[in-house]
Design a binder for this molecule. Structure first.
Ligand code: 2BA
Length: 135
């Protein structure tokens, strides 16, 4: 049976709500924060210390092709601001270099001058959570 973590039961599926009364809907949001590898540990630690639950997924940035981390945090709407502050306070801006390449006349592409890019603090998406359950 589904366990409700917080808040009143309010499912988007009336049948589910009637049978279990255990799902919770529009009072939650999902933070999807893409952070640099070095910052992921401190962000997760600070979030959990403050009572948030978080999941880290190891990801790779499309531009630099360098490992980063995507952190998922399901939060009650009234705690969203606090969670975002924690993410912000634990992420740094760093300088990285991207080496573009040009096609070679024969065989391998050859490297051009490195381009400097500023990475981070964090890239954050906040999504309304239609439904949230712990089963
Ligand atoms: P990457 O795609 O590896 O991008 C690393 C950094 O390279 C970016 O830092 C930005 O400064 C630069 N960059 C990215 N795409 C570029 C482009 N087309 N032209 C010139 N410079 C470019 P951030 O903006 O801080 O992004 C850090 C990481 O966050 C990204 O790693 C990517 O994994 C993610 N990200 C950023 N914006 C996103 C978006 N709109 N959708 C999905 N993921 C995103």
């Amino acid at each position: 049976m589904a366990r409700q973590m917080t808040g009143p039961a309010s499912s988007s599926d009336p049948q589910d709500a009637a049978t279990s009364g255990q799902s919770s809907g529009g009072d939650h949001q999902l933070i999807l924060a893409i952070v640099q590898d070095e910052d992921a540990g401190p962000v997760i630690e600070a979030l959990t210390r403050d009572g948030f639950r978080a999941t880290r997924i190891n990801t790779v940035g499309g531009f630099l092709r360098k490992g980063n981390a995507t952190i998922l945090v399901g939060v009650e709407r009234e705690r969203l601001h606090r969670a975002l502050l924690i993410v912000r306070d634990n992420c740094e801006t760093r300088t990285e270099y991207f080496v573009p390449t040009a096609p070679g006349e024969v065989g391998e592409p050859y490297p051009l001058d490195p381009i400097q890019v500023q990475v981070g603090g964090a890239t954050v998406f906040v999504l309304d959570c239609e439904r949230f359950e712990r089963l």
